[in-house]
Write a protein that binds this ligand. Structure first.
Ligand code: NAP
Length: 457
């Protein structure tokens, strides 16, 4: 007898949607005649980090949503938002409804940084700031910009560090054309930052920026990018890195251009400092008053060693942008060091190394928080290939009926949102943009209860 293959995907970001897309196109062996995929997310909305991680002044990246929309319009894919895996639903519930579960929960928290002073007022996580300016419903509506915080440090030289630096140095007016919610515009207008200092603990050839994002930093008329010559070293290891990667060479070229350029006198500055390892956040009365760094020296391998020479930078706020970290998922093993679910190509592995039947991972929860959005496609392809190989061995669910999951939500009083609900919210946000004094494409709704109310209306 033929039947439908039932798959749950936890996480409606690009990783989960790409995996679903690939799955809808897969050749299914007997007894499966078709596949039905339910994508669940704790946010009331789909698109994960594209909605809540990509900076609002990056509309080009947000365009990816259009392609994801097309995937989600597939009649074999359903969306259930505002559903929290681990509390609203556990692994045992899911295995009762589905043949397999693919976890694509990504990474949203800041990686911890064990530095003296990290808990001072004025010391922030970059991911928290991103969640605030992107209007995530679970963040506070206000950001604590200290009125006197003109000099700000950003730790880490990846693209999140660039996003944070740009959002701190563009003006609130400049960002008003974007989809930032009203509370974010009001908050940004109180930001007193004039200078952001980005600190790299290694050299220019070891940064994690990508060339386009680094170039873009100078596109604002309100920002001068100043690369400081101290520590701008290219040793033999750096030359090897440049020869090995076209992208790294381009990044170093952009940095060299900035190094040679005279400041234009713009109202804000982003400084980039190399070979400065942050060792302490300095405080007075519980508030950040500085950052202490140790000057480092490249050792020829791409790593550095400390010189024992320290510099104190008078800054009034510090943002760490040293990488994301995934949440531990209920019922699954977790590798604390790498912040991923242990897996072999996407098959979840138990503590003893054997595969956990019917459980798969893709995206950042599979391989860690690195790589651009497009990279999750090949990742998803690998996971789905292994899932296809395993189909014969999967345990069929006890309640495979399509409405079983909705019955579960209703019995447990879970106010889930649907794809149709997202389309309503989407239209509502666009109409807020149209009616806005500045005629914007969209204005995001922030409170969770408002999003759910519109989506379920
Ligand atoms: P990332 O690219 O891994 O960069 C993290 C940075 O933090 C690195 O420079 C790292 O330096 C530094 N770091 C780590 N631990 C540190 C410590 N203890 N002290 C000082 N510095 C430390 O992470 P990310 O910026 O969070 O980005 C994550 C991914 O999202 C990346 O693939 C990124 O390209 C992508 N993304 C893309 C965009 C875009 O606009 N296209 C925007 C945001 C994010 P070391 O190398 O020395 O460890």
């Amino acid at each position: 007898m033929t039947r439908q293959l039932r798959i749950a995907v936890i996480g409606a970001g690009p990783a989960g949607i790409y995996a679903s897309d690939i799955l809808t196109k897969a050749d299914l062996p007997e007894p499966f005649e078709s596949v039905s995929i339910d994508i669940l997310d704790r946010d009331p909305t789909p698109f994960g980090l594209i909605r809540y991680g990509v900076a609002p002044d990056h509309p080009r990246i947000k365009e990816i949503i259009k392609a994801l929309h097309r995937v989600m319009n597939n009649e074999n894919i359903r969306f259930f938002g505002n559903v929290n895996y681990g509390t609203d639903l556990k692994l045992d519930d899911l295995t009762g409804f589905y043949d397999a579960v693919i976890f694509a929960t990504g990474a949203r928290r800041d990686r911890d940084l064990d530095l003296p002073g990290i808990d001072l007022d004025g010391s922030f996580g970059g991911a928290d700031f991103v969640a605030w300016y992107d209007g995530h419903p679970d963040t506070s509506r206000e950001w604590n910009f200290a009125p006197h915080a003109e000099q700000v440090a950003v730790l880490g030289v990846g693209n999140v560090g660039l996003d944070v630096a740009r959002m701190l140095t563009k003006t609130a007016e400049e960002l008003l054309v974007t989809e930032i919610p009203d509370n974010v515009h009001t908050g940004l207008a109180t930001n007193a930052t004039t200078d952001v200092h980005i600190f790299a603990r290694r050299g220019p050839a070891q940064v994690k920026f990508t060339p386009m994002e680094l170039r873009e930093l100078s596109h604002s008329p309100n920002i001068d990018v100043i690369v400081h010559p101290e520590g701008f070293e290219l040793d033999e290891g750096s030359m090897d890195a440049i020869r090995a990667s076209k992208s790294q060479k381009l990044v170093v070229d952009v940095l060299q251009n900035y190094l040679a350029k005279e400041p234009t006198g713009a109202m804000h500055r982003v400084h980039i400092h190399f070979c400065q390892n942050p060792v302490e956040i300095l405080g007075e009365n519980g508030q950040v008053v500085g950052l202490r760094t140790e000057i480092t020296q490249l050792d020829g391998t791409g790593n550095t060693k400390g010189t024992g020479e320290f510099t104190d930078w008078p800054v009034q706020a510090v943002y760490r942008a040293i990488g994301y970290y995934s949440d531990n998922l209920s019922g699954l093993p977790f590798d604390q060091v790498h912040g991923v679910v242990p897996n072999d190509g996407g098959r979840v592995l138990e503590v003893d190394g054997s595969p956990l039947s019917g459980a798969y991972v893709t995206g950042w929860i599979k391989r860690g928080p690195v790589g651009l959005i497009g990279h999750t496609k090949s990742d998803a392809a690998e996971t789905i290939r292994l899932l296809m190989e395993d189909l014969d061995d999967l345990v069929a669910p006890e309640n495979p009926e399509l409405d079983a999951i909705e019955r579960h939500f209703d019995t447990h009083g879970i106010e889930y949102t649907s794809w149709a609900g997202w389309e309503k919210l989407n239209e509502h946000e666009m109409s807020l943009g149209e009616g806005h004094a500045h005629d914007r494409e969209r204005v995001k709704v922030v409170p969770r209860e408002d999003m759910v109310r519109v989506a379920r209306s």
